[in-house]
Design a binder for this molecule. Sequence first.
Ligand SMILES: [Zn+2]
Length: 335
Amino acid sequence: MCHDHHATTDDASHTLGRRTLLRGVSGLVLGGGLVAATATPAAAAVSQNGWSAGSSVPPTQLAVGAAEFAPGVRSGNVHTILGYVAGRFNSEVETLVRGWCWGYAYRPISGSTIYSNHASGTAIDCNAPDHPLGVANTFTAAQVASIRAILAACDGVIRWGGHYSGRKDDMHFEINVGPGSAVVPVLAAKLGGAAPPPPPPSGSGWPVVRRGNSGYRVTTIQRLLRQHGCTLTVDGDYGPATESAVGAFQASRGLASDGIVGANTWVALVVTVRQGSQGEAVRGAQSALNAKGSSLTADGVFGSGTHDAVTVFQQARGLAADGIVGDKTWSALVV
Ligand SMILES: [Zn+2]
C-alpha cells in the first residue's frame, strides 16, 4: 500500500489553486472530478497520518521570515515542530517567499476516505511554485543536504515529500507519526522555545565564479566591476571580456590576477550601499535581491523599497536587519 499522502487525484489540489480549496468545506466541486467535501466533515475524519481532520482543527498562524503558512497549522506541539522545520528551511535551505507557503487545507481525496495531512494541519508546503508536485530534484545537492540535516534533527517525526517513493513533492513536509506517538511531545519539548540555529556564518561563504559561468552572480560581478570603473557589458555571461576585466581589477588591487572571482576578489569588489546610494553597485544589489525573491526595479537608486527588501532579506538570514548592504549581506546575497 502506498502511504504517500498525495494520491493521484490529489494532484488537482496543488495544480488548481489551493485558495479555492481553503474557502469552505462543503459542496466544493473542482475540475477533474475532485470533490473537496460534500457535507459537514465527519467528526471521526482523520488525515493520512491519523490526526483528526477538518473542523476540529482551528489552525494557528505560522509566520516564518517573510512568509505565512496560510491559514496556519495545527496548534501545540505540531505548530512547534513545523515552525522549527520552516525556520531552518528559511535560514539554511532557501528564503521563504510570502504567498508561496501553505499550511492547513481541508482536502479529502476523491473516492477515498484518506485526507491529505494538510487537512489535519500537520503538513506545510514551502515555496510551492519553485518546487511543484511531481517534479523531482528541484533543490540543489547542497540544499538537499540541508533538508536532510533538518529531518535528522526531527528524530523521524517529519517526512519530506522529496523522499516519497513514488511521485515527488519537494515543497511538502509533514508529521509522519500519529497523534498518540510519544515522540511528538518529546521532540516539541526539545525544540520548543528554541530559536532556529543561526545560519552558517556569512562572510565565510563566497562562491567561486569564473569563465563559463552565467546568471545573477555574474551580473552582480559585472555591476561591481563597472562600479570600480571597468568598462564592460552587463550580460550575465562570464566570457573573455569579463575575465580580462576581473584580471585587470585584481592586478589593480595587488591580488593574484587569475581572472577568477573567489573570496579575496569578492571582498575587494563589494561596495557597502545603503539608502541614498546610487550607481552600479546598487543595481548589482537590487538584481541579487531579486534573485533571492524580491521584486525590485534594478534602477540603481537605493530608495525605501530597496531598504525594505534588504531588511526582509537580512531578517530571513539571521543578519542584523539594518538595511545596509555590507560584506555579510553581500555574501549572503551571492552565496
Ligand atoms: Zn503538500
